[in-house]
Design a protein around this ligand. Structure first.
Ligand code: IMP
Length: 191
């Protein structure tokens, strides 16, 4: 079976392909000649994942899955959430996003937050949703050089390090996206 992963990130694609049975061949957006700017205009992560997966299925006819991730901070009423990529405005910039979050939380004693990933799978006319959550704390300053996005200021529950101090293997085992992908892979492996 050919299955499109609505991403242009070759590392993400390869990582998921390695977890799938060989009978499932993953294709990237580039592989199907899709260069569209798919709008992420929904107000929930699930909504954006659905928009992306539906765009591919409707326009290109493929079975497809898409993901969307947000950082939900308890003391900020779960902001930036679905707006995590654009928190400090356009163009998306991880440094500015982190600085804005640290400033908005400068007086906050409650540092609890969670990353949440939602995956929407369109398969043979049916739609399935999978989610993954990673709870933790927002640090008071940046730590570590690895990863991307908010990794330097997020420390997962049970660890003294930030995500940016972990190897990608270590992070994938416990991360929101890793957990959501594991659920998707178990589902696909049982078909
Ligand atoms: P996306 O849905 O994977 O594009 O993620 C949306 C935004 O959330 C990104 O632009 C990042 O700022 C942030 N983000 C997503 N996943 C992670 C992560 O694993 N670590 C840190 N930031 C992340």
């Amino acid at each position: 079976m050919k299955l499109v992963f609505a991403t242009n990130n070759p590392n993400k694609l390869q990582e998921v392909q390695k977890m799938l049975p060989p009978s499932i061949q993953l294709l990237s957006l580039k592989d199907i000649d899709c260069f569209d700017e798919i709008e992420e205009t929904a107000i929930t992560l699930e909504g954006n994942a659905k928009l992306k997966a539906n765009h591919i299925t409707d326009k290109f006819g493929y079975n497809c899955f898409a993901d969307d991730t947000g950082l939900e901070v308890e003391t900020l009423n779960n902001e930036p959430g679905v707006y995590s990529a654009r928190y400090a405005g356009e163009p998306a910039n991880a440094e500015n996003n982190m600085n804005k979050l640290l400033t908005n939380m400068s007086d906050a004693s409650n540092r609890k937050a969670q990353f949440r990933t939602s995956i929407c799978l369109n398969l043979d006319g049916k739609q399935f949703l999978f989610d993954g959550v990673c709870k933790g704390d927002i640090l008071t300053h940046k730590k570590g050089e690895k990863g991307f996005g908010y990794d330097p200021i997020f420390s997962p529950e049970g660890y003294d390090t930030s995500f940016a101090e972990m190897s990608s293997e270590q992070k994938n085992k416990i991360s929101h996206r890793g957990l959501a992908i594991q659920k998707l892979v178990s589902f696909l492996s049982e078909l």
